[in-house]
Design a protein around this ligand. Structure first.
Ligand code: SF4
Length: 896
C-alpha cells in the first residue's frame, strides 16, 4: 500500500503505480500525449507534468513512480502554462488543415483545450507523404515525434519497422530504410495507426470516409486466437476496425487480417439469394421454395437409402450456435451421426491425443502462460504468419529472455528469435520427440515427484525409449543428435516450459501420435497443471474448437461427450432418439460418396472441393452425390462445380452468437450490419429447414441467445457461461456454474480424466508418401500472413495487393538445378495430380523441399496433395507430398 496526497487529498494506492496511474485511478484528467497504456513510459512530450512538493521543477507523471508520502499537484496556472508551452512548440509547425479535418485526434483535442488551434501554421509537405501502402496512409508533416509508432512496433508487434533518424531539429521518424512503408518489413498490423495521436499515420479507409458514428465490439472472424475488436461503422458501412482495448486475448492488438481484411463483407460477390441449379445455370428462388425443395429431396433420399446416406458439415467460420443447431439437425431430423467440420482437416489429432491422455481435448493452458513460460517449444506452427498476435507475444517473450525452441523444416520468422531451431525432415516428428523424451529419461531430467504422484507407465516408456537414442533419431529426422539433446535439456530444465503446436504436427500420417509425444514430454517434466506450462494446439480457424465442441463430430455430442456415455442425457433433453449406427467423418463421407453409399451432403461454410486433399478424387466423389446443398457467404468452388442448391448465409459481422478460441475461451460475436439481400444467419436457415421437415419442436429458436441457453443445459462444463457473463472478456471452460470464474489452466492437482495420466509408447512409422526418382522433392503446404485458408474472405480484400498469388518457395540451389528463375512459372507434379505456380527463390526452404500456399483457386494446390491420413483421426497428410518440380515450357518471368 502506498499513501500519497493528490491535489490536497490523502489517498491509498496499490504498489507499482506511476503518478499518472494514481491520478487517473481517481478520475483526474491529467493530459498526456506521448503516453500510451500499452507502452513503456517515454516522457518526451512534457504534457503530463505535475508538481511534487519539495521539487523545484515539475516532473512527468507518466514516468515518475508513486512513492510513499508524495504530495502531488496535478493542476494549477504554472502547470497549465508549461503544458501549453510544450504544445505551442508543436503547433508552430503543425499543418492547420489537419486539425480541421480530424478534430477528434488526441493531439487536436489538446490543441483545442489549450486554445492553440489558430497557432497551427505549418504546411503539408508533399515530400513526406507516402500513400503507397494498400491500408496505411503516411503523412509525416503531421509527425510530432512522440515516437509512439516506433515504440508500439518494437514493444507490441516486435517488428522494428519505424526508426528515429538524426537528432535535434533534423530528427525524423522513418519506415524501414527511409523509403516507402510498403517496401519495409511492415506486417500491416495497424498498431502504429492506432497509437498515432496526430493522424500522421491513418487508415486510407478513414480518410476516404467519415469517422465512424458507431463502434461495435466483437470477435475477429479469422484465426483461432480470437482477438476482440471494435468495428467502426458509418451510414451502414464498415469504415474501420480497431483492437479492443483491455481485451483478454489480443491485449489491444490485432494482425493485418483482423485489422484490415474486412472488405469482403461488402463484396459485390456476396451471395444474396437462395438458388436452385438448372443445368449449368442457377435460378434464384424464394426461401420457401428453396427450403421446400431441400426438405423434400432429403426426405426422399432418406426414405430410399436410409438416414446414413445423408451427411452434414458444420463450419468453423460459423458461431457455436450455428454449429449446435447443425449437428442437432443431423442427429434429430436426418437421423444420422454423419456430421463433421473442418477440425477434421486440422486439429482433430490434437483433440484426440489430449482427450485420450489427459481427459480434455483442448489446450491445457492460456495464451497468458506465454508470458509465464521460461521455455517455449514451438512445433510445426508458423505463428507469426498464421496466429500473428500469438506470434508477436512469443517474439516478445523470447526478447525478454524465454528460451525459444522452434521445430520446423523451414527457417520461419520465429527461428530468428530461437535459441535452437531443429529442422526435422517432414513426417519424422515422432523420431525427434521420442529422442527428446529418451534424453530426459537418460539424463535424469524427469520431474520425479510429479511423475510419482500423477503419472503411470514410466518403466514401460523408459524401456521402450531405450531404443530411441538421439543418434538413431538423427538418422531418421536429420536433426543432429547434439541439438536433440540440447533441446531436451533446455525444455526439461527451464521450468515452466510450454509447448504450442500447429498443423506441422497434426497433418501427418501419425498426427495424433505426434501430439501424444508432446504430452509425454510435458508429463515427464511436470509441465502440466502449472502456470507457464502445458500443451497447446494453435487452432486454425476462429471457431474450429467451437464447431467440433458443439458436436459437429461423428463420434461426439456437444461438449465433446462420447455418444455412448451421453446418449440418454441428450435423448431426454432433445426429446428424440439418437441414431444407433456410428457416423462418418469428413474423409469417410468422401469415401462413401465415391462408392455410392452417401447420397446427399449439406455443407455449411466449408469449401470441400478447394480444401480437401487430392482434388480429383474429391471432385469424383462429390459428383456421385444426388444432392449437394451449399450454405455459404459466396458461391464457392464446391457450389459452382457440384452444388444443386445454394443457400446464402450471413457472416460473423451480420449475426449474434459466440465463438470459442484456442484457449477454450467463449467470446461474444455481435451483429454489426444486417445480412445482405435475402441472406440469413446459418442457425436460422437450419431451423427453418428443420421446421420444413416437420420438426418444429426443438428448432423453434428465435435468437442465438436461446440456442446458447440450450447448449448450456447439455454441456455441464459450459453451464455457468450465461449470455450476460459473456458480455465482458468471455469465459474459459470448464465453467460449471454461474458463480464459477472459468478455468485458465486445466489439470491442476488432478487430470481432467479424474485421475492419473499414462505415458504413451509411440513407435515411428515411415509415411508411405516418400520421394523417389520420379517425385524427388517434398512439398509442404501452409498458409501465409495476408491470406487465410482458401482465400474466400481475404481474397476479396486489398490483402491481394500484399499477397497476390500462391507461390512455390524453393531453395536457390534447387531452382538453379531445375533452371528456374525467381517469378518463373513451374509445374508441380505429384502421384495425385499437378498444378502450376510461380516460384519464389527462398533460402529459408531447404534443398529437396518446397513450400506452397493453397489460398487461390488459380493454383488450387490440392490438385497435388494426396490421400495419406492420420491413422487415428483421418486428418489428411497435407504436410508431406512427394513432387517433381519442372520449368513450364514457354513460361515467362513475372515478379512474385
Ligand atoms: Fe484475428 Fe487471429 Fe489476427 Fe487475432 S491473430 S486479429 S484472431 S487473425
Amino acid at each position: 500500500m502506498v499513501r500519497a496526497t493528490i491535489d490536497g487529498e490523502a489517498h491509498e494506492f496499490g504498489e507499482g503505480l506511476s503518478i499518472l496511474d494514481a491520478a487517473r485511478s481517481l478520475g483526474l484528467d491529467v493530459p498526456t500525449l506521448c503516453h500510451e497504456e500499452r507502452l513503456r513510459p517515454n516522457a518526451v512530450c512534457r504534457v503530463c507534468l505535475v508538481s511534487l512538493e519539495g521539487q523545484p521543477r515539475p516532473v512527468p507523471s507518466c514516468s515518475t513512480p508513486l512513492v510513499e508520502g508524495m504530495a502531488i499537484t496535478t493542476t494549477g496556472p504554472e502547470l497549465e502554462a508549461a503544458r501549453r508551452g510544450a504544445l505551442r512548440l508543436l503547433a508552430a509547425s503543425y499543418p492547420a488543415g489537419a486539425v480541421r479535418r480530424a478534430p477528434g485526434k488526441p493531439l487536436h483535442r489538446l490543441f483545442k483545450r489549450y486554445g492553440l488551434e489558430r497557432e497551427c501554421r505549418g504546411s503539408p509537405d508533399p515530400s513526406r507523404l507516402d500513400a503507397a501502402h494498400p491500408y496505411l496512409h503516411v503523412d509525416m508533416s503531421q509527425c510530432i515525434e512522440c515516437y509512439r509508432c516506433v515504440r508500439i512496433c518494437d514493444e507490441l508487434q516486435g517488428q522494428f519497422v519505424w526508426h528515429v533518424w538524426f537528432r535535434g531539429e533534423r530528427t525524423k521518424v522513418v519506415a524501414g530504410d527511409g523509403g516507402r512503408l510498403r517496401d519495409s518489413d511492415c506486417v500491416a498490423c495497424g498498431a502504429c495507426v492506432d497509437t498515432c495521436p496526430s493522424g500522421a499515420l491513418e487508415d486510407h479507409t478513414v480518410l476516404a470516409a467519415r469517422w465512424p458514428s458507431r463502434w461495435t465490439r466483437t470477435t475477429c472472424p479469422y484465426c483461432g486466437v480470437g482477438c476482440e475488436m471494435e468495428v467502426g461503422t458509418s451510414r451502414g458501412k464498415v469504415v474501420t476496425v480497431r483492437p479492443a482495448r483491455g481485451s483478454a486475448v489480443g491485449k489491444g492488438h490485432l494482425c493485418s487480417k483482423g485489422r484490415y481484411a474486412w472488405g469482403w463483407v461488402a463484396s459485390s460477390e456476396r451471395a444474396t439469394r437462395p438458388m436452385l441449379r438448372e443445368g449449368a445455370d442457377w435460378r434464384p428462388v424464394s426461401w420457401r421454395k428453396a427450403l421446400a425443395h431441400v426438405a423434400a429431396r432429403l426426405a426422399e433420399l432418406k426414405k430410399r437409402h436410409g438416414p446414413d446416406s445423408l451427411a452434414v458439415l458444420g463450419s468453423a467460420r460459423a458461431t457455436n450456435e450455428d454449429n449446435y443447431v447443425a449437428q442437432k439437425f443431423a442427429r434429430v431430423v436426418l437421423g444420422t451421426h454423419n456430421v463433421d467440420c473442418c477440425a477434421r482437416v486440422c486439429h482433430a489429432p490434437s483433440a484426440a491425443a489430449l482427450s485420450e491422455m489427459l481427459g480434455a481435448g483442448a489446450s491445457t493452458s492460456s495464451f497468458d502462460d506465454l508470458e509465464r513460460a521460461r521455455c517455449i517449444l514451438v512445433c510445426g506452427a508458423n505463428a507469426t504468419e498464421n496466429h500473428p498476435v500469438v506470434g508477436a507475444r512469443i517474439k516478445q517473450a523470447a526478447l525478454r529472455g524465454a528460451a525459444l525452441i522452434v521445430v520446423d523444416p523451414r527457417r520461419i520468422e520465429l527461428a530468428r528469435y530461437a535459441r535452437l531451431h531443429l529442422r526435422p525432415r517432414p513426417g519424422t516428428n515422432i523420431a525427434l520427440l521420442n529422442a527428446m523424451a529418451s534424453t530426459i529419461l537418460a539424463e535424469g531430467l524427469v520431474a520425479e515427484s510429479f511423475v510419482r504422484e500423477r503419472v503411470d507407465g514410466r518403466p514401460e516408456l523408459e524401456a521402450f525409449l531405450g531404443a530411441w537414442s538421439p543418434e538413431r533419431a538423427e538418422g531418421i529426422c536429420g536433426v543432429p543428435a547434439s541439438q536433440i539433446r540440447e533441446a531436451a535439456r533446455l525444455y526439461a530444465r527451464a521450468r515452466p516450459a510450454m509447448s504450442v503446436h500447429g498443423l506441422g504436427m497434426t497433418e501427418h500420417s501419425q498426427g495424433t501420435e505426434a501430439v501424444m509425444c508432446l504430452v509425454n514430454l510435458a508429463l515427464l517434466t511436470g509441465n502440466l497443471g502449472v502456470p507457464g506450462g502445458g500443451v497447446n494446439p494453435l487452432r486454425g480457424q476462429n471457431n474450429v474448437q467451437g464447431s467440433a465442441h458443439m458436436g459437429c463430430e461423428p463420434h461426439h455430442l456437444t461438449g465433446y461427450a462420447a455418444i455412448e456415455n451421453s446418449r440418454h442425457r441428450f435423448e431426454e433433453r432433445w426429446q428424440a432418439p439418437l441414431p444407433a449406427s456410428p457416423g462418418l467423418d469428413l474423409m469417410e463421407m468422401m469415401d462413401a460418396a465415391r462408392d455410392g453409399r452417401l447420397k446427399a451432403l449439406f455443407a455449411i461454410g466449408y469449401d470441400v472441393l478447394l480444401t480437401n486433399p487430392h482434388a480429383a478424387a474429391t471432385l469424383a466423389a462429390l459428383r456421385r452425390l444426388e444432392l449437394v446443398v451449399v450454405q455459404d457467404l459466396f458461391l464457392t468452388r464446391t457450389a459452382r462445380e457440384v452444388a444443386t442448391v445454394f443457400l446464402p448465409a450471413g457472416s460473423a459481422f451480420e449475426k449474434d452468437g459466440t465463438f470459442m478460441n484456442a484457449e477454450r475461451r467463449v467470446q461474444r460475436v455481435r451483429a454489426i450490419l444486417p445480412p445482405p439481400g435475402k441472406a440469413k444467419p446459418d442457425w436460422q436457415i437450419v431451423c427453418e429447414l428443420a421446421r420444413a421437415m416437420g420438426h418444429s419442436q426443438g428448432f423453434a429458436f428465435t435468437s442465438a441467445q436461446q440456442i446458447w441457453d440450450e447448449v448450456r443445459t447439455v454441456w455441464p462444463a459450459g453451464a455457468g457461461m450465461s449470455w450476460a457473463r459473456l458480455e465482458g472478456a468471455g469465459l474459459q471452460w470448464p465453467c460449471p456454474s454461474e458463480g464459477h470464474p472459468g478455468t485458465q489452466l486445466l489439470h491442476v492437482g488432478t487430470f481432467a480424466n479424474g485421475g492419473r495420466a499414462a505415458l504413451r509408447r509411440v513407435d515411428y512409422r515411415e509415411s508411405p508418401e516418400q520421394p523417389d526418382e520420379s517425385f524427388p522433392m517434398v512439398l509442404i503446404s501452409g498458409r501465409s500472413l495476408y491470406q487465410f485458408n482458401a482465400g474466400t474472405m481475404t481474397g476479396r480484400t486489398p490483402n491481394n495487393a500484399l499477397r497476390p498469388r500462391d507461390l512455390l518457395d524453393i531453395s536457390p540451389v534447387d531452382a538453379g538445378r531445375i533452371g528456374l528463375r525467381d517469378g518463373e512459372q513451374a509445374v508441380v507434379r505429384s502421384r495425385h495430380g499437378e498444378t502450376q505456380l510461380p516460384v519464389h527463390l527462398d533460402d529459408r526452404v531447404r534443398s529437396g523441399e518446397v513450400f506452397a500456399t493453397f489460398q487461390t483457386e488459380e493454383a488450387f494446390l490440392n490438385r497435388v496433395t494426396g490421400d495419406g491420413r492420420d491413422g487415428r483421426t483421418n486428418t489428411p497428410e497435407y504436410k508431406l507430398t512427394a513432387v517433381r518440380v519442372e520449368k513450364l515450357a514457354g513460361a515467362t518471368s513475372r515478379e512474385p
